[in-house]
Design a protein. Structure first.
Lengths: 328, 328
């Protein structure tokens, strides 16, 4: 028996930065960066939210897919959390000169991704196949797949009305109170090829420490996905994105609050009740382990704040060790 | 009577570099850069070939329109003859990394033009309206108009078969013998709004020193344009792109030769017989003035090699003075 045959098969449901970091951790912890094992399935499949997708200047932009892809390819801008290293902005500056509204920042290198994606989509290639091509070109070994090839768009209800996700998130700096969320098109969407299998056949199924409402819910809301998670024989774990009552990044805390949830790992756990077996919470939230356990979860308490590549790999290895086997 | 009221109305039929340079000369010689006179028509209208247009990476590229636009806006790369000053190539390099074929060079700033054009065209805006918007954003005062809003594509018959224009021109460095030319779609094309009026109502109608086969013919071949030139009451002049038996730039000389024409200003004059009143030939071709006159042309002999902005303006002023009035 080769060592690779004992590699567990991991499927990660992910949004942007939090999902990208944990995906990177698993890619480092698993053989061959999460690539195919013995010509079989990939050791790591990352199923990514597309509700954040948008069109800018006629180009199709998939922010969460790209954040995960760039992070897995280790070409992402770590400090900023999105986009590519060593970016320049010559095209964007010229777009502004030509009268375009450039509040959504697109770097010159990043633009190449959107140009290729847009060209392929217009040729009729599905988003999942485009993503596979782009990820392969960047050297990503893990499988990266949009949850759906259909068009799903997150719309955000704010006190000043319903706005497109990037309008809320980037243009208005997620400053509006989120009164509700709508995933336009999700009822008609179908999971992309391989998504349900990746959920069903995984040994370890992980809900990334991504925003439960903005990143995870539009993945689960694609018809068939939530049901597959519920029915999966995998060991299932969710990592809380709330640590010490705050979000590591982004508006998760505000959204929990305005939607009437407790802003804590316990509040997050309540959202995932019945969906996963294990809640992974931060050691700063050790006092919540009891109440989370009372909801019916197993609880893993560890340092969930990943920081750089080493921290990501450490968390991935802990999840593999502590959660990866039944009854661990 | 204001001075602007005596400005003649000039219409230039143009391809790429030669057309762009003479357009720039007229823009400098005419009031307000060739802009509208007393809220009336523009002093300068440049009608541009679209047979060179192409799609690269899913983006709509109009090389001749852009060369004229950038030159009129004085943001063009003078040394290279195409594209913008101070360009960078970060997107193109990334496109190559993503597996795209990048033999057609696109700078980062230049890409903004193609991104905006593509977005507007896909929204259903005609090329002429997109061009007007782009030119205005860059501060162009003259009217810049594609000869047609329809899709016309120059195809080049070479010893190795029929190839798309940019395949011949850029990818193969116009090294193939040109056995014939085909303007795909031209029979169904219609002149863009204002083109026929600009030809008909001009005081001075100028055929730029552009390639007669690759640049001028696909303009004239749009149904109605050649007829309008023939019927125009304007003073009509063609400037020879062949000087001393050679082309200033590009493959005009080779094409004249392989298509069986004399490689000289006289050979060019024969192509324009019956179309224009005056042939403008270079002083180095003074000995051809007699034979050109024998074809029925008036002849203007001058320095037609424009070089920089001053030379362009000088040639434009000479054409305005010597040709701009009937019987001049």
């Amino acid at each position: 028996m080769s060592t690779s045959q004992i590699s567990p098969r991991v499927t990660l449901l992910a949004g942007g930065v939090g999902g990208a970091r944990l995906a990177h951790g698993f890619a480092r912890a698993l053989p061959d960066g999460g690539g195919p094992v013995d010509d079989g399935p990939h050791a790591l499949t990352v199923v990514v939210n597309v509700g954040d997708d948008t069109e800018r200047h006629g180009l199709s932009v998939s922010p969460d897919l790209d954040t995960v892809m760039y992070t897995l390819a280790e070409v992402n801008d770590e400090e900023r959390g999105w986009g590519l290293q060593d970016e320049s902005y010559a095209t964007l500056e010229q777009l502004a000169r030509l009268g375009e509204d450039t509040w959504f920042t697109l770097g010159d290198k990043d633009l190449a991704t959107h140009v290729v994606r847009t060209a392929r989509l217009r040729e009729g290639v599905p988003l999942s196949a485009v993503t596979e091509q782009l990820a392969a070109a960047l050297g990503v070994r893990a499988r990266l797949v949009p949850v759906t090839d259909y068009r799903v768009r997150t719309l955000v209800d704010t006190p000043s009305g319903r706005v497109a996700f990037q309008e809320y998130f980037v243009r208005r700096h997620h400053a509006d109170a989120v009164l509700g969320l709508h995933f336009d098109g999700v009822e008609e969407a179908r999971p992309a090829p391989g998504v349900l299998d990746a959920v069903t056949d995984a040994d370890l199924l992980v809900v990334a420490p991504s925003n439960p409402f903005l990143s995870v819910e539009p993945v689960l809301a694609v018809p068939g996905v939530r049901e597959a998670v519920r029915a999966s024989g995998a060991r299932r774990v969710a990592v809380s994105p709330i640590v010490g009552g705050q979000a590591i990044k982004g508006p998760a805390a505000q959204i929990l609050e305005t939607l009437g949830h407790e802003v804590s790992a316990l509040g997050v756990a309540r959202l995932y009740a019945g969906l996963v077996d294990v809640m992974c919470i931060d050691e700063r939230d050790d006092h919540l382990a009891g109440p989370v356990r009372d909801l019916g979860f197993e609880v893993l308490v560890t340092d969930t704040v990943m920081g750089g590549p080493d921290g990501r790999e450490r968390l991935a290895r802990e999840l593999l060790t502590a959660v990866g086997q039944p009854g661990a």
